[in-house]
Design a protein around this ligand. Structure first.
Ligand code: BGC
Length: 746
């Protein structure tokens, strides 16, 4: 590398990875002073997170959660436990949550020696997952399909208020893993396959959850997870090894976490799996050197569920439970989600006494934990308790309207042959069929009311499925229904074919049942044969077929694409998803969503949009069913006048790009203007294109607007041969819509 480039690389690296000053605030000092007053036992207790089931009465089948006062006191007074995580029977009412949290904090803030409040953490993934009647938004992959960052901030902020309404100040979310392995059952928990898109959604969601200056009430501490590399399992199963170089890690998977740290995120959860043979919880390089050192993360690292123990019991990188605890804490884990016993407390105490873990490391971990408790306002008068007033706006009509808007913008129109859609609302008869047609769980997926999200009986009665929403538009007498198939077997196909013959259109709702984590493991991305068979039987009737896909990952539908007239992809659009789909079908909403991932045509079609030239070379192809960023509208848009401020850019300067976009159709619509960049030559092979900017724009028919984007030196950079971020001079190509222009970086 020439000396000038190297110098510039160092300058850029320093600027990009500067630590966040936001965290160097008074809470750190206050926490430091508090640490000095704690005994070793109290410190180790603060680092211990147990499950709420460990302090509960057994055999609770009443739907109410009965804490066991004796067990609670044992945990908080004998073991000095600092944090409790949610686990159990699923959602409770808001009022009941307020009772549970109050009971816990009564003991913590009145009976413990230093009156330190408990930090209760919960998975609120697309809204307050575990509170009955909560506003449950489109899941992350569907939120990303909106390409609307205002909605990410809005959904985050509403989620925070509904979670905090129950007195819970800590949300184990967002997932900033980049979803580049579509088999992975947690694909839908991500914001898609692109580093830039995930980064932008992550930053905005964190801002929504934590607020700009955050504290309380109405805000929660966010938790970036799962740091880092979890989302790229080689075999596609959850919690299985990923293999990647430091360069790929830094190029693709680390930037969203770095941005989350810069956005002031308060906690990070470690990768439950392993990277290049090092389990996430034993990776000192990534947890301490990179996260806390290089990225300047000042919050605390929590383990994932049981994962400290698993360094011994599963991964066998520690030869005893005690060695596992020391390994994790020395690697940089500050709090262990133990969570079903007090072993961590005992073993860590022993580890400190045996000099396997230093008191300095313990003090560092506890300071980080207490600083978060202070920042969340838990020590303020009443701050540990459910805030008065927040309960009144829980699941309010305003929250419901915000949810509906997100759902409307999340439905992707993938195909619309001869403008079949939108359908007329009168004078037609429709057959609705398929396994996802009449299930709210298929609209919501995992982390909904229960962990797996599949308990249909517990779903709200007032939210429409796709079937119910179509009936509401057309009138029940104009809608025929037969399930036609379950997820993996056909059900009375002949009768369904007969019904189809009576209809003008057939809406075939396919996809996946709700699942979470390893329960969603699959070995084949092809949609189940029974569902393909049902759709093919419907196609054979000669009636126009509209496919509606509700699924957590892009299941292969190649045998159906050519013969279906229209295809809508909802992923998991949440509680208002049924309504939103019907509104798109009947043209009340003009679809504006775009794919946040590549939709493969074959079960091994794992080429991402930002592939290398090699992947297009010779007989290799990026040949997806639908490409990243794709999605149709009921109107059309035209692009012109792509303009660059300079065609010779000086190092360290920004490039300005402008373009004009016009609605050339006859109805109002929103276009997602996407800016891609190609670095044409590099010392490391560069992707054929990379997303570097996007903006969602509403235009009336005939309306034209000019948009301006700024490309910074960071946008031109990449991870070089020596694993550090650099910028190399040369030619760059800017692509927006069908237009392209080049400039030279001098
Ligand atoms: C998941 C985490 C989650 C944790 C607590 C684990 O199984 O991997 O994402 O936050 O459980 O529920």
């Amino acid at each position: 590398m020439p000396a000038a480039t190297r110098l510039f690389a160092i300058f850029l690296a320093l600027w990009l990875w500067r630590p966040t000053s936001a965290w160097a605030d008074r809470y750190d000092d206050e926490a430091r002073r508090l640490v000095q007053r704690l005994t070793l036992e109290e410190k180790v207790g603060q680092m211990t997170q147990i499950s709420v089931t460990l302090v509960s009465k057994e055999g609770d089948t009443t739907g109410r959660h009965a804490l066991d006062p004796d067990k609670l006191r044992e945990a908080l007074l004998t073991y000095h436990v600092g944090s409790i995580m949610n686990e159990g029977q699923g959602a409770y009412s808001l009022a009941h949550w307020r009772e549970i949290i109050t009971e816990i904090q009564d003991v913590a803030t009145r009976e413990t020696r230093l009156k330190i409040p408990v930090l209760y953490g919960i998975d609120a993934i697309h809204g307050a997952t575990f509170t009955e009647g909560a506003t449950l938004f489109p899941q992350p992959i569907a939120l990303a399909a909106t390409w609307n960052l205002d909605l990410a901030r809005q959904d985050g902020a509403i989620t925070a208020r509904e979670v905090r309404a129950s007195g819970i100040p800590w949300d184990f979310y967002p997932v900033l893993d980049v979803g580049r392995q579509p088999l992975w059952p947690r694909f839908w928990e991500t914001f898609g396959e692109d580093t830039f898109l995930v980064t932008e959604f992550g930053k905005n969601y964190i801002e929504g959850l934590q607020g700009g200056s955050y504290g309380f009430p109405g805000q929660v501490a966010a938790c970036l997870k799962h740091y880092v590399g979890y989302s790229f399992p080689f075999n596609g199963f959850d919690r299985t090894p990923a293999f990647m170089s430091e360069r790929t890690l830094r190029q693709v998977f680390l930037p969203p976490f770095a941005a989350g740290v810069r956005a002031g995120v308060s906690t990070v959860m470690a990768n439950s799996s392993e990277l290049d043979g090092i389990p996430g919880h034993a990776n000192r390089h990534l947890l301490t050197d990179v996260l806390k050192g290089e990225l300047g993360f000042k919050g605390f690292v929590v383990s994932d569920f049981k994962d400290v123990k698993r360094l011994y019991s599963r991964d066998q990188v520690a030869d005893s439970p005690e060695a596992a605890v020391a390994l994790a804490v020395n690697a940089g884990v500050d709090m262990s989600m133990v969570p079903n016993d007090f072993s961590f407390y005992r073993l860590l105490l022993r580890g400190v006494r045996d000099k396997k873990v230093s008191v300095a490391r313990i003090d560092d971990a506890v300071r980080r934990i207490l600083a978060v408790k202070l920042r969340m306002g838990l020590f303020a008068p009443g701050g540990a308790y459910p805030a008065p007033g927040l309960d009144r706006e829980f699941a309010s009509p305003a929250h419901e309207a915000a949810n509906l808007k997100t759902a409307q913008e999340s439905i992707i129109l993938l195909k619309n042959e001869q403008h079949l859609l939108p359908l007329a609302k009168t004078g037609i008869k429709v057959l609705v069929t398929g396994p996802t047609a009449n299930l709210l769980s298929a609209l919501n997926g995992g982390w909904t009311i229960t962990w797996q999200g599949d308990n249909e009986a517990r779903y709200p009665k007032d939210k429409p499925t796709v079937l119910a929403a179509i009936k509401a538009k057309l009138g029940a007498s104009n809608v025929l229904f037969a399930p036609g198939a379950d997820f993996d077997r056909t059900l009375d196909l002949q009768a369904t074919v007969k019904l189809a013959k009576k209809a003008d259109y057939v809406v075939v709702c396919l996809g996946e049942k709700a699942y979470c984590e390893t329960w969603g493991n699959i070995t084949d991305l092809d949609l189940e044969p029974a569902q393909i068979q049902l759709a093919q039987a419907m196609i054979k009737t000669g009636k126009p077929v509209i496919l509606v896909l509700l699924e957590g990952r892009p299941r292969v539908i190649a045998p159906l694409v050519d013969q279906s007239q229209a295809i809508l992809l909802g992923f998991l659009p949440g509680m208002e998803g049924g309504r939103a789909i019907a509104e798109v079908l009947f043209g009340e909403v003009n679809p504006s969503a775009k794919l946040p991932c590549t939709y493969p045509k074959a079960p091994n079609g794992f080429v991402t949009y930002d592939h290398k030239p090699l992947e297009e070379w010779d007989l290799n192809r990026y040949d997806p069913q639908f490409p990243f960023g794709f999605g149709l509208s009921y109107t059309t848009f035209a692009y012109r006048d792509l303009h660059l401020a300079t065609d010779k850019l000086r190092p360290g300067k920004n490039q300005t790009v402008s373009v004009r976009v016009k609605n050339t159709g006859d109805r109002p619509g929103q276009e997602v203007v996407q800016l891609y960049l190609q670095d044409e030559f590099g010392s490391v092979s560069r992707p054929v294109r990379e997303l570097k900017g996007f903006r969602k724009l509403a235009l009336r028919p005939g309306e034209e607007r000019e948009l301006t984007f700024t490309l910074t030196p960071h946008d031109l950079s990449f991870i070089g041969v020596d694993d550090r971020r650099i910028v190399e001079p040369g030619v760059f190509k800017v692509m927006v819509g069908p237009l392209a222009k080049e400039f030279t970086l001098q």
